[in-house]
Design a protein around this ligand. Structure first.
Ligand code: SF4
Length: 603
């Protein structure tokens, strides 16, 4: 990939397009988020990448969805519309896990989820299932335009999936939206290939990292080699447990493909008289390519028309150091979306970005986070002499071939903390406790110098039966971790505090399990500060267990808290059991977005 530097925001209005002297654009990127030109926003990353490769790009942010007029703002794009719901799935952004309408959207100007003061659904800035609606409006505006879907919503809804707001399974976005292609996972390579092929007048067949919708006749003509066939929409409708089988196959395929993307087989699913064909994944960017991406000339600010955007305030002084996650927790979609292979940026690249951030007007002196999906995966890798198809590096325990480079993260902290203008450097992203147990020098440094207040840890639960279903290591890790932290604290004369993230109503979890968790947390001396109800978001194995009521490993029946009453009972165990110990107790399900880890880049 080549990158060249250009400054300023990309056009977000016809006047800004005219100011550049452009009569047309190559690509219109449509997003359900406010336009924030920061690398934590997927649209900004893709826009800058396309721009750096010579394409004219405009950003259509939070268009009106009552009529196609806004989709005509820049004229018909010469190459394609690229459509995303934004950094979050629109249903996750618009509804709590208990299907209550959210009255706040941190990715919208001022956090106001509505155009104006009236809280009406049709005035929602990000409509429900925005990918489908935007796609249909783009098609209405320009019937011949090429429409490419991407981002977290399209990626995780590319096969039959569960929609918790409608409480039903839905078909692929490709069957519902009037679109030509889905780019799944991290989209850089695929979007450049799409743009290049369209610029050359070629078709979009078989691009790695994409899904197509093909008729039986088209399938025959293509001669797609030995594909893996997922249970079809009709088969899943007739036999719902097949939904778990389908999700496990997608998951296994994603992890196996990480070893050799080129050798990966296509995945097929038949639905509504057509085949959804997932081609092999795009190879992950390597360190040099990731570095180049973060060198692009982001202004790191919201477009002036957007005003204040709360999500930007939260991440504006953070730096992404790592992409991908090999943790593969059942309730999290990061491994499926970003891939199980961890790629770290180089120290020089992160330092350059830190210096540039510190040089910006108004920088407070504090870098709020040096992280990614999981901060202490930085510098990790695989030492296996053979390609690995399992790629499940931390479960049930850390793989013997897993490479941990304590010095890499320590050196990075040292270098960034030493940058001129940086007074404080924090790591606020999630940390894997079982890895910190193996890197005591890093743990010590994080505790003493880089933790803003209480350290956030993510045991999620304390009971082994639930942890197994979460695909998390056993409960002993939490105890060992706290013991090591307290030993360090004793030596240093410090008393460390922790905020454990916890999940209620995960598939397989009962009120009795919650009671045991509350009691165990008390014994461990942990206050309950933050927890959430499990939310069955699209594209996770936990959601498939929620829908089918089956154990991911044994396929045996498990208890699932689906009713509002049972979910409330589980939540109340944490709300009521430790009120004195947790003055700031907060149910994330009621007051905040579901925690899906920090998805630093989702388009
Ligand atoms: S560390 Fe182990 S599980 Fe992970 S990719 Fe290497 S061999 Fe596979």
């Amino acid at each position: 990939m080549t990158h060249e530097k250009t400054g300023g925001f990309l056009p977000a209005s016809s006047a800004e397009m005219a100011a550049r002297g452009w009569k047309y654009v190559d690509v219109v990127l449509v997003t359900g988020d406010a336009y924030v030109d920061h690398p934590s926003f997927g649209v900004a990353l893709i826009a800058r990448l396309l721009e750096a490769n010579g394409y004219r790009v405009a950003v259509l942010s939070q268009p009106s969805h009552q009529a196609p007029d806004d989709f005509r703002r820049f004229g018909e794009p010469r190459l394609f519309f690229g459509i995303t719901a934004g950094n979050l799935d629109s249903i996750v952004a618009n509804y709590s896990g208990n299907a209550k309408v959210r009255d706040r959207d941190d990715y919208s100007p001022g956090g106001n989820p509505y155009f104006g003061d009236k809280a009406e659904k049709k005035l929602r800035r990000r409509p429900d299932r925005a990918t489908i609606l935007y796609s249909n409006l783009a098609r209405a505006a320009y019937p011949e335009a090429v429409i490419v879907l991407g981002g977290i919503e399209a990626s995780l809804r590319r096969f039959v999936h569960y929609d918790y707001q409608q409480q039903r399974l839905r078909g692929s976005v490709l069957t519902d939206a009037k679109a030509d292609l889905v780019i799944y996972g991290m989209g850089e390579r695929a979007v450049l290939e799409v743009a290049a092929r369209l610029a050359r007048g070629q078709d979009l067949a078989g691009i790695p990292g994409t899904c197509e919708r093909l008729t039986a006749k088209e399938m025959e003509a293509r001669d797609i080699p030995a594909p893996v066939r997922l249970p079809s929409w009709a088969e899943i409708q007739a036999d719902p447990p097949l939904f778990l089988a389908a999700e496990l196959t997608v998951d296994l395929q994603a992890r196996a493909s990480a070893a050799d993307t080129a050798a990966s087989e296509p995945l097929l699913q038949y639905q509504q008289a057509a085949w959804v064909v997932q081609h092999q994944p795009a190879a992950p960017l390597d360190t040099a390519e990731l570095d180049a991406l973060y060198r692009l000339p982001f202004t790191r600010k919201p477009h002036p028309a957007c005003g204040e955007v709360p999500a930007w305030r939260m991440i504006r002084d953070s730096l992404t150091i790592v992409r991908g996650c090999c943790g593969n927790c059942s309730f999290c979609a990061i491994s499926r979306h970003q891939g199980p292979k961890v790629v770290s940026r180089s120290r020089d690249s992160v330092v350059q970005e830190a210096l540039s951030l510190a040089g910006q007007q108004g920088f407070s002196g504090t870098i709020s986070d040096l992280g990614g999906p999981t901060a202490n995966l930085y510098g990790t890798g695989c030492l296996s002499p053979q390609p690995c198809k399992r790629h499940d590096c931390l479960y049930p325990k850390v793989c013997k071939f897993f490479k941990i480079d304590e010095q890499a993260m320590l050196g990075l902290l040292e270098a960034v903390a030493g940058c001129a203008g940086v007074k404080h450097l924090f790591v606020s992203s999630g940390l894997r406790m079982e890895l910190l147990l193996k890197t005591p020098r890093l743990l010590r440094r994080l505790l003493l110098e880089h933790t803003p207040g209480a350290m956030k840890i993510a045991p999620e639960h304390t009971e082994d039966a639930v942890l197994r279903l979460m695909h998390k290591p056993g409960s002993s890790v939490l105890g060992e971790f706290l013991a090591l932290c307290r030993e360090i604290g004793k030596k240093e004369g410090r008393n460390f505090h922790f905020t454990p993230y916890l999940i209620a109503s995960h598939p397989g979890c009962t009120s009795a399990d919650m009671e045991k968790m509350a009691a165990r947390l008390g014994v461990l001396g942990l206050a309950v500060r933050q927890f959430q109800d499990f939310t069955p978001t699209p594209g996770t194995i936990a959601t498939a267990m929620y829908v089918t009521g089956l154990d991911r490993e044994t396929s045996l029946a498990i208890p699932v808290a689906r009713s509002a009453g049972e979910r409330l009972r589980q939540r109340q165990v944490l709300e009521h059991r430790q009120p004195a110990a947790s003055g700031k107790t907060r149910s994330a399900s009621q007051k905040a977005l579901p925690r899906v880890k920090r998805m630093k880049r989702q388009a």
